[in-house]
Design a protein around this ligand. Sequence first.
Ligand code: ADP
Ligand code: ADP
Length: 232
Amino acid sequence: MITLENVNKVYHTKTGEVKAVNNVNLEIEKGEIFGVIGYSGAGKSSLIRLLNGLEKPTSGNITVAGKRIDSIRGAELRKARLEISMIFQHFNLLWSRTVRENISFPLEIAGVKKLERKRRVDELIKLVGLEGREDSYPSQLSGGQKQRVGIARALANNPKVLLCDEATSALDPQTTDSILDLLVDINKRLGLTIVLITHEMHVIRKICNRVAVIEAGSIVEQGEVLELFKNP
Ligand code: ADP
Ligand code: ADP
């Protein structure tokens, strides 16, 4: 589902060059929950921006859902990006819009008709367990509920890949667990490929099949979570 071959990303700054991603090779299978773990500054955000086509690599090949995301542009890139959805640490909801309107937003952009939008939003609200909160505003929701809105919005256009950028880092441990349970449920039900980027080991241990450890832009270890992080 996702392949990275010899991927490099170099930023040019006033003080010189920063190699944010250094010769990364990764293969993520369809339907997998794959974790990328690293400290702050390791290159996780840079990697995400490459995976969702927001930035081009300095060199190397990136294929996501069958598309060479590193080399396509314009309308072709916009179309490919519909297959790649994201959820965020701070949810990135529209604060002056209701739960229903937030979830409906990507459908409006995609040109889905009103009646079909309503049907789809109802289905998504059920999927993420937000029945009864349709007309609430984000400020009236708990952190966990806000992330459920984020997840429903991310799934609206039936993506093939869900990128989770520190998606539970702003949540307390109990809420984190309930959001991770929801991600597992969605992964099973929809066969969605999930890439989870985090600095939190327990998040990886709880739901990931495989993990890559990133340090100073390089993958220093990768493999089965149970093998890599087994207690000695
Ligand atoms: P993480 O998400 O793991 O904290 P980042 O990908 O944000 O790591 O950063 C990796 C390295 O690349 C850091 O040294 C950071 O300062 C640098 N970096 C990230 N984005 C830019 C940018 N747009 N311009 C210059 N340097 C950047
Ligand atoms: P719109 O007018 O399109 O409904 P808003 O003006 O409410 O959207 O918000 C625009 C963006 O600003 C949103 O994507 C949201 O992430 C951010 N934003 C707005 N209000 C807040 C807030 N109180 N706290 C954090 N982010 C906010």
